[in-house]
Write a protein that binds this ligand. Sequence first.
Ligand code: NOJ
Ligand code: CA
Length: 536
Amino acid sequence: MEGAGPRMAVPSWLSDAVLYQIYPQSFADSNGDGIGDLRGITEHLDYLAWLGVTAVWLNPCFVSPMRDAGYDVADYLAIAPRYGDEHDVAKLAEQAGARGIRLLLDLVPGHTSDTHPWFMASADDPADHRYIWADPGPDGALPEGFVRSPGTRPGGYRPNFFDFQPALNFGYARPQADEPWRQDVTAEGPQANRAALRTIMDRWLRLGVSGFRVDMAYSLVKDDPDRAETSRLWREVRGWLDQTDPDAVLLSEWGDPAVAVPAGFSADFFLHFGGPTNGRALRSLWSNGVSTEYPEWANERCYFDAAGRGTAGTFLAAYQDALAAIGEPGRIVLPTANHDFARLQAGPRTPEQLPPAFAFLLTFPTLPAIYYGDEIGMRDVPGLPDTEGSVMRSGYNRAGTRTPMQWDSTPNAGFSAAPAARLYLPIDPDQARPTIAGQRASQDSLLNTVRDLIALRGAHPELGHSGSLEVLSDGYPLVYLRGGRFLVAVNPSDSTRVLTHDRPALAEATAVRQTGVTLDRATVTAGPFSYGIFQL
Ligand code: NOJ
Ligand code: CA
């Protein structure tokens, strides 16, 4: 690929990482205003260290009118007062670092809020090209998808997601003289925006941050077939970082590792949408038939299905495709969920299915990412109000996956001292809701299981990104060998499943951790909702 050059090595801290995503609004409220904040996260670092995660990424915490929960940035260089200030970022990074945990922030490069001073200036100045502006046609009409100017400038701008998120202008891959808003990527506006990215990243890296999750990373250059110009842009960014901060990482929200990694990203997320393999990969694993985002997903089956109607083959094929393109499994992030899509514990799924899911997540070569609360099986809460733009155009409400962390059995589940009515989102009203404190105290809880699995992955490199993978079965049970030394069997279904094999030596393997899996000379027998990790 032109300009790709030798691919940057990923720092080992990332390849070996167990990532943890914190939605800052909902993690821990240190000052009783009902909204989670940076200090709240700092106060819970001992918990994260106990759990064993090694890198944390925070959703945006910058100044914003919060019409899309902070993905509508009004000042990239300042922390939203409700979360704290830059000193709190520095302190969080420093205290996390002291516990071996890296801090990543969320970079939103593709659009700003329509209240950002850059946009407001642009809306009054026809010579300003930081955004994508089109003049009205002779009949007053705007090009399709454009939104009318809120300022004195005539015409309209191109939004990137919601209408109040004007796209920053990084140019078009195919400029066209008769459509003057399609500027070349080398034009002044697009180049000014590239320079701004550097200023923004630099500001937070200097405060001790280790990199960024990059929102809608694929969206920068418009009308960009194969994302060639967008990729060129990110390789330029990576080039800057290599000069000043070679250890800093960029994790893309792209949805196609086969394209995003060659574009310079340290790693890319398997998501519910994205390139040819990506959506298929994640949904076929644990969302189809469980999440309610889109009706068509409800009719597809996923592998982590109690009735055992799915196959792991779809995920494995997508994984192999991505791997063939990039060569390194540690550059594909596999999340349990995120702030946009349903939690693992959603819809018809029952808690018994979660231990096998985490056993898979933490013994597969991909980079594991745990969404806060999934480690105790917090559920996707139905019936919540639209909060800070949580409802998508499709009508799907993301609030269910964003409710406050359930720490203990004190009021507001220990999340906040505010009156319940002032909380960012209500606590899950289920009286039987799981809590961190409750599960810490119980040796066979999901939380202690997840903690032990993280420790096991850390203790045995064969279970991480560097160990080989040989799949013996992609049905029920799913059975694979890691590094030629560990056998993993997973059965998320509600019935006993048996794999017949021709490797008598497996009978000699010793259980490292198992819940209802037995091996003999010709079979792997996996009871309902079981998993097993065996050493050969
Ligand atoms: C993806 C983010 O994850 C989502 O929460 C946000 O609404 C859009 N990008 C727009 O920034
Ligand atoms: Ca607070």
